[in-house]
Design a protein around this ligand. Structure first.
Ligand code: DOR
Length: 432
């Protein structure tokens, strides 16, 4: 039965399209775009943006091992509610995803329970210890799309070199969490004037930049595809910009929280603001926005990191690092669009096109014949973030009570509804 998404602003940078028209879907695939299309079912989309399904290339779904924080099912529902049709999930589960049987488990749970596509990221080293390489070949066969010790950095550069070499023989990118643990060891926030005032131990920006520099040099040495996760500082942006100018195969991502907040926000000791890497200065935040606009930073990824109350409602120093992000990513990025800093097409580029390209995934376009993974977004819908109503199993967001403008109202996976906003649904007339 064909479905017409009628009268929305269809934005598909890959196809060079940004205009108000209809989109036809049949048998789970995109058939065509055009005006005056008719079909058996119609979704009225006037006033909405019709986008390729968003892709979050960096989330923590916590299963197996930490199901009290999140599961593949709950995390994927949160993803669909955030407008995402695919996520790549990190390996710091228990057991760690460092061998084929854990990869198999994640994919079988995904097949049975997930609302969106789940792409596992395998560990680079066994148990994320930074010592011996993980079972990369068997994980690749089972379906990992990248390798990463996210949450930790292999401190031994030789291990990283071998990891990059080995990954490149399998055509897998390495996602680097850049943190020199000897520099950051006891730190809980950015090291600077604010940490001094608050009396909290700091993490210097050099802890990130030292490793960004190291990984770039190792990528140059090995020719491997390197992706820098959650860039937080202007020094790192400058290093990545320089590497790209030299033609190094490096890509990078930035989180909505690093684009939105700076370390001054920590004045009230809200542990939901404790993240790794930490929120840095306003100058760093601006450099990240600039880096996103000029393409130094290719993609936006949430680093969705669920933790439960017991891990967050403690002294700042003892709280876990991380915040959830799947359901606030798009609205936070839309702030940049509403401010005129980013165009809607650039938003699609960084939230769908680039993640698909970097990880070699299908999607990121509304081209004829591709699977109909589509995100319908109401750019003008004003809402207040209520942590209690989020679909994630955890509530650790610092954005509770924030009034945001714009959200996903309907997410289609292969042409079927994976999420529908209640208010939008009640207004929707489905004709047949
Ligand atoms: O804040 C973070 N939390 N950063 C990471 O890289 C890991 C994540 C987690 O797993 O909780």
């Amino acid at each position: 039965m064909s479905l017409i998404i009628k009268g929305g602003r269809v934005i598909d940078p890959v196809g060079g399209l940004d205009r108000v028209c209809d989109l036809e879907i049949d048998k789970g695939r995109i058939v065509r775009t055009g005006r005056g299309l008719s079909g058996e079912r119609v979704l009225e989309a006037s006033g909405l943006w019709v986008l390729p399904g968003l892709i979050d290339m960096h989330v923590h779904l916590r299963e197996p091992g930490y199901e009290y924080k999140e599961t593949i099912e709950s995390g994927s529902r949160a993803a669909a509610a955030g407008g995402f049709t695919a996520v790549a999930c990190m390996a710091n589960t228990d057991p760690v995803n460092d061998n084929g049987s854990v990869t198999d488990f994640i994919l079988s749970q995904a097949r049975r329970r997930a609302a969106v596509r789940i792409y596992p990221v395998g560990a680079l080293t066994k148990k994320l210890k930074g010592e011996q390489l993980a079972e990369i070949a068997e994980m690749k066969v089972r379906g990992v799309v990248a390798l990463s010790d996210d949450g930790a950095t292999p401190m031994n550069a030789e291990v990283m070199r071998r990891g990059l070499e080995y990954a490149s023989t399998f055509g897998l990118p390495v996602i680097a969490h850049c943190d020199d643990q000897n520099l950051s060891r006891k730190g809980v926030m950015h090291e600077g004037a604010v940490s001094m005032r608050l009396g909290l131990p700091g993490i210097p920006d050099a802890a990130e930049a030292c490793i960004v520099g190291r990984e770039i040099l190792l990528a140059e040495l090995t020719g491997a595809a390197l992706h820098i996760a959650h860039v937080s500082s202007r020094r790192s942006v400058a290093l990545i910009r320089g590497a790209k100018e030299r033609g190094v195969a490096v890509t990078a991502e930035v989180t909505p929280h690093h684009l939105t907040l700076n370390d001054a926000a920590l004045a009230e000791y809200d542990t939901n603001l404790k993240v790794s890497p930490p929120l840095r200065t306003e100058a760093d935040r601006r450099a990240l926005v600039e880096g996103l606009i000029d393409g130094t930073l290719d993609a936006v990824a949430s680093d969705h990191a669920p933790h439960n109350i017991a891990e967050k409602e403690v002294e700042f120093e003892n709280a876990a690092f991380g915040m959830i992000g799947l359901e606030t990513s798009l609205p936070l990025l839309l702030r940049l669009v509403h401010a005129g800093t980013l165009t809607p097409s650039q938003l699609v580029q960084v939230m769908a096109v680039a993640p698909a390209r970097i990880l070699g995934l299908p999607g990121g376009t509304l081209g004829k014949g591709v699977d109909a993974d589509v995100s319908l977004v109401d750019p003008d819908r004003v809402f207040s973030v209520d942590p209690q109503t989020l679909l994630s199993r955890s509530r650790n967001t610092p954005f509770g009570g924030w009034e945001l403008k714009g959200k996903a109202v309907c997410t289609l996976l292969r042409g079927k509804k994976a999420y529908e906003d209640r208010e939008w649904k009640s207004r929707q007339k489905v004709s047949s």
